[in-house]
Design a binder for this molecule. Structure first.
Ligand code: AMP
Ligand code: MN
Ligand code: MN
Ligand code: MN
Length: 277
């Protein structure tokens, strides 16, 4: 097992734990290093760093940027970003700004399917509707008994091609990689096995990402299956990408990896954290 987790979420975006609770859980799981990578925001970074400092976990400031590429939502993680870079924070705020309208529209679609009050219910639970993600709706669908678990909520209602999916134009790959690099960070393609795109499209994404200065891909992640680790390890070697690993933890039991407790990277890869700890 690895005790380095470079992808996690707090209540500041669509996780369920406060930064302090997230760090306590990571510590219990034996974490040596932890990155907070909330969606399009770095608001939780300071608190998470403080909590990590208290318990002796190496903290890595991070973010997960939503982009639209080839008509799909793809996620680019930024690691070791400077959360005090004002231009960076402004860029992330701008990328997040369409979330309220989209969430209202998701609520309308669910209502049309006979599932009322979704937006109101989700909005009442968050600090600001600008952070609402499909994850919040997936929990609503579980809490109201419509779905058995959040995975089913995505499969039946929320993912692309399903009736409550609402397309949203996020920023571009080029801009996201540029923002991350300008904020001193390293760009990483998040959970490359989750996108349901052809192998050919995935390779074009990797080519473009590399040309733009992208440096790493997640090989080990709780957001694509274990059976895909060797496949992405092979691609990382072929492309000369550094390898990253993270749980993509949002809340206990929501995916198969817990925060701070990660399977080892396959052999023959250069870890993205090689010079950090
Ligand atoms: P959004 O940023 O609103 O598009 O929502 C993305 C969030 O939904 C991500 O943080 C994931 O946690 C979650 N998510 C997206 N796709 C899936 C999926 N197929 N299964 C489970 N969770 C997903
Ligand atoms: Mn999420
Ligand atoms: Mn993601
Ligand atoms: Mn994530």
């Amino acid at each position: 097992m690895l005790n380095i987790d470079l992808h996690s979420h707090s209540k500041c975006s669509d996780g369920l734990l406060l930064p302090e609770e997230l760090v306590a859980r990571a510590a219990t799981n034996g974490a040596k290093a932890l990155a907070l990578t909330d969606h399009d925001m770095v608001k939780g970074v300071e608190r998470t760093r403080a909590a990590c400092d208290k318990v002796g976990i190496h903290f890595v400031p991070g973010v997960e940027i939503s982009i639209t590429w080839g008509g799909r939502s793809i996620h680019i993680v930024g690691l070791q970003v400077d959360e005090n870079n004002q231009q960076f924070v402004d860029n992330l705020d701008a990328n997040r700004s369409g979330r309220v309208e989209r969430a209202v529209e998701i609520g309308r679609r669910l209502e049309a399917l006979g599932i009322p009050d979704a937006y109101e219910s989700v909005a009442a639970k968050v600090s600001d509707p600008i952070i609402i993600s499909r994850k919040h709706f997936s929990r609503f669908l579980v809490n109201t008994g419509v779905c058995a678990d959040t995975t089913e909520a995505f499969e039946k209602y929320l993912k692309k091609g399903r009736p409550a999916y609402v397309f949203h134009q996020w920023t571009t790959l080029e801009k996201a990689v540029g923002w991350i690099r300008d904020a001193g960070g390293i760009a990483v393609i998040a959970h490359p096995g989750r996108y349901e795109i052809s192998g050919e499209s995935l390779l074009s994404l990797f080519d473009e990402f590399k040309q733009l200065g992208g440096a790493a891909i997640e090989v080990v992640t709780g957001s694509h299956g274990r059976e895909l680790y060797p496949y992405f390890a092979d691609l990382a070697r072929r492309y000369g990408f550094l390898a990253s690993a993270g749980s993509d933890f949002h809340a206990p039991g929501e995916n198969y990896l817990d925060v701070g407790k990660i399977p080892s990277l396959p052999e023959g890869l250069t870890p993205v954290w090689q010079d950090w700890f």
